[in-house]
Design a protein around this ligand. Structure first.
Ligand code: GZL
Length: 317
């Protein structure tokens, strides 16, 4: 199927449009259940949603679930009781959402997934999913390492700092990376453990890796924050990050891009947190009962150390 046909298909794909157009003359009310405040990416994502809601005149009810699924489920149930016009959330993990999403559907409140996906088989439980292609992000990271290691004879030992266990970005970034390096048997993931997308988690796990794993050549961290924690551990162990141990991360937040420009990180795959405007646009359409694509993929790129130096002055987050 040609790209044009695919995009046409995506645009015509039916999303669950609410039976009766909701909202009121003074704008719509959105209930937003955020994952938490675990990383620089999340902070930027929250600001984007809040700023876009204000600009769009959306009455935003916002909760921070502190990375706990039960808190997100409680928040969604409170939004249903408050009879908001639309619910949006970034599922902290992929599984365990069908019951509460069915409650929202029964209450005729449309749900928009933003940032992370759910693994529900019933795609009528949400109107659309707006977010990155995490498998592609992992693939980009792996492809860079394959190219960077092309002249290396012998083993390249990789340790992996995984994101939150069960989270779509953690599962998919792992999948994409592993597929990209699979044809190069000298590239081996010798240790892999979750750092829960936090800087402290990345530091603690990297300290353990450094103690129990000889000859680490590369760190693949599922986000900048864990990569920055790994840098602290590597430096404390008397090694030079970016040289003795190369580091590849995902996100491209300011602190990560700064470390990249300083040579402490070697490559960053961008994951765009600025989803607010697209979210408010989708919400307005969904509440008005208009068709929306089932899937909206965010545009993003990747950065080398040189590209980071050029891009840093203009970065928005
Ligand atoms: C990805 C997002 C991830 C970021 C992390 O879209 O869900 O969660 O990569 C964040 O920094 O904690």
């Amino acid at each position: 199927m040609t790209a044009l046909a695919v995009s046409a298909l995506a645009l015509s794909a039916c999303g669950a449009s609410s039976d009766s157009a909701g909202g009121s003359e003074d704008g719509i009310t959105m209930g937003f259940a955020q994952v938490g405040a675990e990383s620089g990416w999340r902070t930027a994502n929250t600001k984007s949603v809040q700023d876009a809601a204000e600009a769009a005149g959306v009455d935003l009810k916002f909760t921070d679930a502190q990375q706990k699924q039960e808190n997100q489920i409680k928040a969604i149930r409170s939004y249903i009781q408050q009879k908001v016009d639309v619910i949006a959330f970034s599922p902290v993990v992929e599984s365990g959402w069908d019951t509460v999403l069915k409650e929202a559907k029964d209450a005729n409140i449309p749900v928009i997934l933003t940032d992370r996906a759910v693994d529900s088989a019933d795609t009528t439980l949400y109107a659309t999913f707006l977010g990155s292609d995490f498998v592609e992000e992992g693939k980009k990271a792996g492809e860079w390492l394959v190219e960077d290691s092309a002249a290396v004879d012998g083993p390249v030992n990789i340790v992996e700092l995984q994101g939150t266990t069960g989270a779509a970005p953690a599962l998919d970034r792992k999948e994409g990376f592993e597929k990209a390096i699979a044809a190069n048997p000298n590239l081996q993931i010798v240790q892999s453990q979750t750092g829960d997308f936090t800087r402290s988690g990345g530091k603690q796990v990297m300290e353990a890796f450094l103690k129990n794993t000889p000859d680490i050549d590369v760190v693949y961290a599922h986000n900048d924050d864990m990569g920055l924690g790994a840098i602290e551990a590597i430096e404390a162990a008397g090694k030079v990050p970016g040289k003795d141990i190369k580091i590849i991360t995902v996100d491209a937040v300011k602190d990560g891009m700064t470390a990249l420009s300083e040579g402490k990180i070697n490559y960053i795959v961008e994951c765009n947190p600025l989803l607010g405007e697209q979210l408010m646009d989708l919400a307005a359409k969904v509440v008005a009962g208009e068709e929306v694509p089932e899937r909206v993929v965010t545009e993003e790129t990747a950065f080398t150390q040189e590209q980071a130096k050029e891009a840093l002055p203009n970065r928005k987050y």
